[in-house]
Design a protein around this ligand. Structure first.
Ligand code: 5GP
Length: 179
């Protein structure tokens, strides 16, 4: 389970795992937010509307879900995770703090990894540098990020994302995957 503040690079670390460690199964979340340029439905996310998300919640199809940054809902489809684990595969969930806390309750045996920025200033720089959000959205994400950073002690392991390849290698190593 990989969590960490917004813009810390969870997405790029997951991409690195996807590209270099096919033995790790990556959960594909459902989200109500719109796809960003380059994002592919079914690969990066399952992009769904509010009605479909409501349906998934009602049918208990999600292992966890959360409203992130007060805007869009994100959730982990339960069945694919159960199937991956039943098949003996290492499974990676990249989710926010609220989701991690829910999974902590339902899957206490999972490894909880906190991806940390090298510093607060670097986190701000990355958030601004991404350029995909409005100023208002960035402000909201920074507020969330501050709360999320404070949650680090809740996790089993902290990995500093000073370098994507290095963080990616440390993550799979911690997951017990032979690189
Ligand atoms: P983004 O919109 O930048 O792709 O993701 C925003 C946030 O949503 C990130 O912090 C990401 O970890 C979180 N997120 C993505 N998928 C899920 C999910 O399935 N569940 C939860 N709880 N958070 C998620």
């Amino acid at each position: 389970m990989l969590a960490g503040p917004t813009a810390v690079g969870k997405g790029t670390v997951s991409t690195c795992v996807r590209e270099h460690h096919p033995d790790v199964w990556l959960s594909v979340s459902a989200t109500t937010r719109a796809a960003r340029p380059g994002e592919v439905d079914g690969v990066h996310y399952h992009f769904v509307d509010d009605a479909r998300f409501d349906q998934m919640v009602a049918a208990d199809e999600l292992l966890e879900w959360a409203l992130v940054h007060g805007r869009a809902r994100y959730g982990t489809p339960r069945r694919p995770v159960e199937e991956a684990l039943a098949g003996g595969r290492a499974a990676l969930l990249e989710i926010d703090l609220q989701g991690a806390r829910q999974v902590r309750r339902t899957m206490p045996g999972a490894l909880f990894v906190f991806l940390a920025p090298p510093s607060w200033d670097e986190l701000v720089r990355r958030l601004v540098g991404r350029g995909t959000e409005t100023a208002e959205e960035r402000g909201r994400r920074l507020t969330t990020a501050r709360d999320e950073l404070a949650a680090e002690p809740e996790f089993d392991v902290t990995i500093v994302n000073d370098d994507v390849q290095r963080a990616c290698a440390e993550l799979v190593d911690r997951m017990g995957v032979v690189a």
